[in-house]
Design a binder for this molecule. Structure first.
Ligand SMILES: Nc1ncnc2c1ncn2[C@@H]1O[C@H](COP(=O)(O)OP(=O)(O)O)[C@@H](O)[C@H]1O
Ligand SMILES: [Mg+2]
Length: 257
């Protein structure tokens, strides 16, 4: 563990009773399609929330609403007490919101280190500083042996780890992980889950995860929100949500996906 990553969070951890994130009646329409329909949620600092629901339920759209690449048609997004509904994505990144993408998007001609340097310099680091610090993030996600390899040589699982490193380089308070184990070979998954646990335990990061496998969700999240056709079906402790009849129906239907 490096000094950089071990640095305590810049706030008194766990003392705030206020939620770090609140969505208030968020609706997103794409033409006639309602991708998010009156979604409300609050999430406390250091909590992990699973966003659940079948394909097309509106999970990625909700990530985009929080990260700022999609503007809600109506409703409010509040982060750390600040209304960010109309804030640009760059401002949200500065405030501490980061996300990974369902489809990874590394700069394939750059090395692993250089990919992380792009995130660091975008967050204000000098090239020299970014060069030194990139290694810490690459090591943290377990890609140290690939540090100077082109990212085009990475496996799917390794690309997911690189995504994580790039997101971490912005020093997020809230990290949203979109299908971080999707397409990853099974033996690599426990390592990714372990890395995510360390994020929360060592760095105090609040998490929102989209993940299809119920086992991994249980390992990652304490709370869940189940969406169907853009609407919230049920929210609460993950075991309560998992036991809900609609959730059981849909998840038993594709239990082996
Ligand atoms: N940019 C977009 N333009 C039009 N329709 C979109 C756009 N993004 C998502 N959708 C639609 O919104 C719905 C929710 O999609 P999405 O949020 O990606 O669901 P999920 O991540 O739960 O699978 C889907 O019907 C999808 O086709
Ligand atoms: Mg999605």
């Amino acid at each position: 563990m490096t000094a950089d990553l071990a640095e305590p969070a810049a706030r008194p951890a766990g003392l705030s009773a206020d939620p770090i994130l609140a969505l208030e009646h968020v609706t997103v329409r794409f033409g006639g399609l309602v991708a998010n329909d009156d979604v409300s949620l609050t999430l406390g600092e250091r909590r992990s929330l699973a966003l659940m629901g079948p394909n097309g339920a509106g999970k990625t759209t909700l990530f985009n609403v929080v990260a700022g690449s999609v503007r809600p048609t109506s409703g409010r997004v509040v982060f750390a007490g600040q209304d960010i509904t109309t804030a640009p994505a760059s401002e949200r990144s500065r405030l501490g919101i980061a996300r990974t993408f369902q489809i990874t998007q590394p700069f394939s001609t750059l090395t692993v280190r250089e990919n992380v340097m792009v995130a660091l310099t975008a967050a204000g680091a000098s090239m020299k500083d970014a060069h030194a610090r990139a290694r810490d993030y690459v090591d943290f996600v377990g890609l140290g042996l690939k540090l100077d390899d082109p990212s085009s040589t990475l496996s799917t699982g390794q690309r997911k780890r690189l995504e994580l490193a790039r997101a971490l380089a912005t020093r997020p308070r809230l990290l949203m992980l979109d299908e971080v184990t999707g397409g990853v070979d099974r033996p690599s998954i426990p390592g990714i889950i372990d890395t995510i646990h360390r994020l929360r335990d060592e760095r105090g990061i609040t998490l929102i995860v989209v993940e299809h496998h119920m086992d991994f969700l249980r390992a990652l999240a304490d709370e869940a929100l189940f969406l169907h056709r853009g609407q919230v079906v049920v929210g609460g402790p993950i075991e309560t949500v998992a036991a809900h009849p609609t959730v059981r129906n849909i998840y038993l239907g594709d239990a082996d996906d």
